[in-house]
Write a protein that binds this ligand. Structure first.
Ligand code: ATP
Ligand code: MG
Length: 127
């Protein structure tokens, strides 16, 4: 049972959850939190050498984030990284405008999903 980790800003939360549910993803963990800058740096550790790393971590830690775990792995619903290139019908294609604020994060593989769910959730917070 592969999983996906998703993090979004609180606007459009109901719509985004229902897009996953309609595709058969089962929600197994959800919480709202304001990640610290240090926490955001841990979450995006793979990107630490990229020029946008500091701004990206600043954005993630700038306000409340809804963290979610789903059973079933997939990234098609999310769309391409740059909303200007995301297909219509995807979350970023329909709801996002700029790459630095592309609304939603999704783990990039089942292994990463496991690591991210463990970073964001304690075992007792998971169904
Ligand atoms: P995510 O991991 O958030 O789901 P992704 O896997 O589509 O996004 P990554 O390459 O992992 O893309 O980049 C992580 C995040 O860094 C992107 O969601 C985006 O917000 C930001 N980012 C990526 N490329 C750029 C860029 N060229 N300029 C600014 N921000 C960027
Ligand atoms: Mg990524």
């Amino acid at each position: 049972n592969e999983r996906t980790f998703i993090a979004i800003k609180p606007d459009r939360i109901a719509e985004i959850i229902s897009r996953f549910e309609r595709k058969g993803f089962k929600l197994v963990a959800i919480k709202i939190m304001v990640p610290s800058k240090e926490f955001a740096q841990k979450h995006y550790h793979d990107l630490k050498d990229r020029p946008f790393f500091n701004g990206l971590c600043g954005f993630l830690s700038s306000g409340p984030v809804i963290a979610m775990g789903f059973i079933k792995y997939g990234r098609k619903l999310i769309g391409a990284t740059d909303p200007q290139r995301s297909e219509p019908g995807t979350i970023r294609g329909d709801l996002a405008v700029v790459v630095g604020r592309n609304i939603i994060h999704g783990s990039d593989g089942p292994e990463t999903a496991k690591d991210e769910i463990n970073l964001w959730f304690k075992p007792q917070e998971l169904v």
